[in-house]
Write a protein that binds this ligand. Structure first.
Ligand SMILES: CCCCC/C=C\CCCC/C=C/C(=O)SCCNC(=O)CCNC(=O)[C@H](O)C(C)(C)COP(=O)(O)OP(=O)(O)OC[C@H]1O[C@@H](n2cnc3c(N)ncnc32)[C@H](O)[C@@H]1OP(=O)(O)O
Length: 297
């Protein structure tokens, strides 16, 4: 398993995975009964009787989406996708207070253009795999989830969030002096509508759980200790629908948004690299990172 993961990770980075579908054949049936898989940053527990896997992010301190994290996540998801016994995935965090802090800012600071391009391709791949998954995906949001963390929750079919006012959720990119790409924006617009997205994105607004429920950014609130249980109940309701009908419906709803990124994928990478290599953007990101560190002092 470790060797397969290592090889898969290097293939994914090299972009070979999509071209040759290598993982498809090798990883088949890894989860066909009760199964546990651990990587450095993610653990997956698959219940063979219900067909539901729980994918738990465990990358302290804040489950930030680094290149390594994204690679491990995408590979784990792909393995579940290929296991016919797996029909649904619940995403959650093992960390107290944080679901995911979004993209790892250190991946966007002080690195080469080649690194930024590889990082951005991995972010796109992560979004595409989760957005177009055949499985039912439910986010059990047991902590804060800004920016890329919010995006991860938004691409799921259903969101249950812990009803704790200390937690918040939203696309806060403008607060860092950066801009949410069009496919982040599309994902949010599809969920809460154009007007609310326009306000939320310009202001980099972080919603409390109650406000997130009000605008439809999350579907349901639960007490912090019940989030995963509620997510499991929701999952069984969704799994009561025949897979093929639900999946065709999901594809029909999501295809235009998915196609837009696929069509403009290379241009989007170029645009990201051009943007993030600007001195002014580097300065904003460095200052933001520094402000996060200062908050603790
Ligand atoms: C027009 C063309 C456009 C083209 C595209 C252009 C632009 C690119 C768009 C890129 C889209 C970006 C998406 C993102 O996801 S950016 C990331 C945004 N994330 C955040 O703003 C979250 C910041 N973090 C927090 O708010 C908090 O950390 C928290 C998640 C609420 C957790 O709080 P707490 O438990 O109190 O933890 P600390 O704040 O103490 O943090 C612990 C350490 O973790 C470091 N940290 C936090 N977040 C990140 C991160 N996202 N990346 C890297 N590192 C992070 C933090 O600095 C602490 O580090 P230390 O222990 O060394 O001090």
């Amino acid at each position: 398993m470790a060797a397969l993961l290592k090889r898969s990770a290097s293939l994914l980075r090299a972009g070979a995975l999509q071209k040759h579908g290598v993982l498809t054949k090798q990883a088949l049936c890894l989860f066909s009964t009760n199964m546990r898989m651990f990587t450095n940053k993610i653990s997956v527990e698959m219940d063979g009787t219900t067909g539901v896997a729980v994918l738990t992010m465990k990358s302290p301190p804040v489950n930030s989406l680094s290149l390594d994290f994204l690679t491990e996540f995408t590979i784990s998801l792909e393995k579940l996708e290929m296991d016919k016994a797996c029909r649904g995935v619940i995403l959650t965090s093992a960390l107290p207070r944080v679901f995911s802090a979004g993209l790892d800012i250190t991946e966007m600071c002080g690195k080469s253009a080649e690194h930024y391009a590889a990082f951005w391709r991995a972010v796109q791949e992560f979004w595409l795999k989760l957005y177009t998954s055949n499985m039912v995906t439910v986010a059990a949001i047991n902590g804060s989830c800004p920016a890329g963390g919010c995006l991860m929750a938004l691409v799921c079919d259903y969101r249950v969030m812990a009803d704790d006012p200390k937690f918040s959720i939203g696309l806060n990119e403008t607060k860092l002096g950066i801009v949410a790409p069009f496919w982040f924006k599309d994902t949010m617009t599809n969920t809460i509508g154009n007007r609310e997205t326009e306000k939320a994105l310009q202001l980099g607004y972080m919603y409390s759980p109650a406000d997130a429920l009000k605008v439809g950014l999350v579907d349901q609130l639960a007490s912090a200790d019940k989030v995963e249980t509620v997510a499991s109940t929701v999952m069984s309701e969704w799994l009561a629908i025949p897979d093929h009908a639900r999946h065709l419906t999901k594809s029909m709803m999501r295809k235009p948004t998915r196609d837009r990124l696929v069509t403009h994928r290379d241009a989007d990478i170029t645009s990201f690299v051009n943007f993030v290599t600007k001195d002014s953007i580097q300065k904003s990101l460095q200052m933001y990172l520094e402000s996060l560190k200062q908050r603790k002092r």
